[in-house]
Design a protein around this ligand. Structure first.
Ligand code: COI
Length: 374
């Protein structure tokens, strides 16, 4: 491209069908893409308007904005998948739009309409089409953000808001962490617990000191402030070789709730159970989809309080989430006791994973109208 101007070189690159990415190396980390979508809500207009695609990059905001000072913000996560015939499918974007509306209400924020949300997601994905991994080699993770961006110093809702959508190609959620943490700590874990943690496996440690959410709090919405408070115990658990934490309910400390970025299910006989969402558990869209798929398979699906004791009798345990998809739990450690679970091709988690991703990538007929071709 030596004789081309900078602008021409950029245009040439962008015409390429696929970005220059090693798709097989993708974990869950940001790869910068070409465009993001930005739409504002102002005090004067009292609505979101003039949404536009702009180059992906840093944004400016007032140091006294609501998001920076008081955490007035929400995020969403959804994925775009490439089909075998190169078409691109979004998975249940209406659900994300509705969840953002629900969260915005709790956080005293205005939210884009469902149509505005979906339009923004579609435009972001299409503008970054070359970053959607080839069929079967990952997905484009789309991250909508809703932020209080007006100026205010006092504790009150922001006057102005920004809705921003960016995207990044991703692969396996736990790949990066597990390779990095487990490979460093395997020896230590072996000495301590006489158990080998294999890289990529999901080994959970039950956190019985720090709580992720409290009744009446914001655990049931995707508030940005729900995530960083778990960094400290999570970092400590990862230093011991665990991949994630399993949180207990704050009221009794005896029922399981969720991981730091995923919902949880247990299997016993023909019954699949997951903690009921009563405001402290995120109503995951993958969680909801898996419940429907499992019912279709003939399982009895229950949403209820699950005492930690029950987890130790489960035949299988698995986690779900947009980022995580469906992943078998290899082990759970609680108060010095560890139980290991069935893994591999014969697990229900694998069957559910195959069905869900089959629908998401267009391999399995979408009888439920979950996917949107864009
Ligand atoms: C998702 O699965 O989309 C999540 O929200 C998890 C995220 C915190 C990585």
């Amino acid at each position: 491209m030596g004789s081309l101007s900078k602008q021409e070189q950029v245009e040439c690159r962008e015409k390429a069908e696929y970005a220059n990415v090693n798709w097989d190396e993708l974990g869950f980390a940001l790869t910068k893409t070409d465009y993001m979508y930005v739409m504002n809500f102002t005090e004067e207009e009292q609505k979101f308007f003039n949404g536009t695609l702009t180059r992906f990059g840093n944004i400016e905001m007032c140091p006294s904005s609501g998001i920076l000072n008081y955490g007035q913000g929400l995020f969403e996560g959804l994925k775009a998948y490439r089909k075998e015939d190169e078409g691109i499918l979004l998975f249940r974007p209406q659900e994300n739009a509705l969840r953002m509306k629900m969260g915005a209400d709790r956080m005293c924020m205005p939210s884009p309409t469902v149509d505005q949300f979906i339009d923004a997601v579609k435009k972001t994905v299409l503008a970054n089409k070359r970053w959607v991994p080839p069929y079967g080699r990952g997905s484009l993770y789309v991250r909508p953000l809703l932020m209080g961006t007006g100026r205010n110093l006092g504790v009150k809702p922001s006057s102005d808001y920004t809705f921003l959508v960016y995207a990044s190609p991703v692969g396996n959620y736990h790949k990066v962490y597990c390779c990095r943490e487990a490979s460093l700590k395997v020896k230590h874990v072996l000495e301590l617990n006489n158990t080998l943690f294999l890289k990529g496996d999901l080994n959970l440690m039950v956190e019985d000191n720090v709580h992720r959410a409290i009744p009446g709090g914001t655990g049931g919405i995707k508030a940005v402030t729900n995530y960083s408070p778990v960094y400290k115990p999570l970092t400590e658990a990862k230093a011991k070789g665990f991949s994630d934490l399993l949180f207990l309910d704050a009221s009794t400390g005896s029922n399981i709730e969720e991981g730091s970025a995923c919902n949880i299910f247990i299997l016993k006989g023909n019954v699949i159970s997951t903690p009921a969402t009563h405001g402290t558990i995120l109503p995951g869209i993958t969680r909801k989809s898996i419940m429907e798929i499992a019912s279709g398979f003939g399982y009895q699906v229950e949403e209820r309080a699950i005492p930690i004791k029950e987890v130790f009798d489960a035949e299988e345990v698995f986690c779900t989430g947009t980022a995580m998809v469906v992943k078998s739990v290899a082990s759970i450690t609680y108060q010095g006791k560890r139980i290991q679970y069935k893994l591999g091709a014969e697990t229900l988690a694998q069957k559910l994973h195959a069905t869900l991703t089959g629908i998401q990538t267009g391999l399995i007929e979408d009888k439920l109208g979950w996917t949107m071709l864009i």
